[in-house]
Design a protein around this ligand. Structure first.
Ligand code: RP5
Length: 163
């Protein structure tokens, strides 16, 4: 039986995928099912509204939203759903190295939270891990996989500065 995805990874453009794929890769590592798609706050606003309003009923538990530049997607999505939204600022080619995206996502008005991660690949990777950690609160098997991944990460750090 296929597991219906509990995590949605949405992004403003296909051009965000090379960054947002790091969230997907982390979820793959932890065997967490996800659905990834392009939902643009500016270019496909009705798709955004439909997705955000229907996300909970569709069975999603956490939304990861990545966008660059005037990155309104995470905040607008958060305004339309009770699900936790994790925002990933994507650095855009002709933009301000992700500072624009970060400030657009992080500075939400009180009452409409977006959990904002770091700019770029690290943020996407951590969004995947954080989504898994949220789901692991109610999933002991996933919690064990998260613990194992964190332990492997710790074990991989040598103490000596050279071989
Ligand atoms: C944002 O504009 C997207 O999230 C993307 O980061 C940025 C540039 O989009 P494209 O012009 O590459 O489609 O809405």
């Amino acid at each position: 039986m296929a597991t219906s995805p509990q995590v949605a990874i949405i992004m403003g453009s296909r051009s965000d995928w090379p960054v947002m794929k790091h969230a997907a890769d982390m979820l793959d590592k932890l065997a967490v099912a996800y659905e990834a798609k392009v939902v643009s706050a500016h270019r496909t606003p009705e798709r955004m509204v439909d997705f955000a309003k229907g996300a909970k009923a569709a069975g999603f538990k956490v939304i990861i939203a990545g966008a660059g530049g005037a990155a309104h997607l995470p905040g607008m999505t958060a305004s339309l759903t009770p699900l936790p939204v994790l925002g990933v600022p994507v650095p855009v080619r002709d933009g301000l190295k992700g500072i624009d995206s970060l400030l657009s996502i992080v500075q939400m008005p009180g009452g409409v939270p977006v959990g904002t991660l770091a700019v770029g690949e690290a943020g996407a990777k951590n969004a995947g891990l954080l989504a898994a950690q949220i789901l692991a609160l109610n999933d002991a098997d996933l919690a064990a996989r998260v613990d194992a991944l964190r332990q492997a990460q710790t074990d991989a750090v040598p103490e000596s500065v050279e071989d």
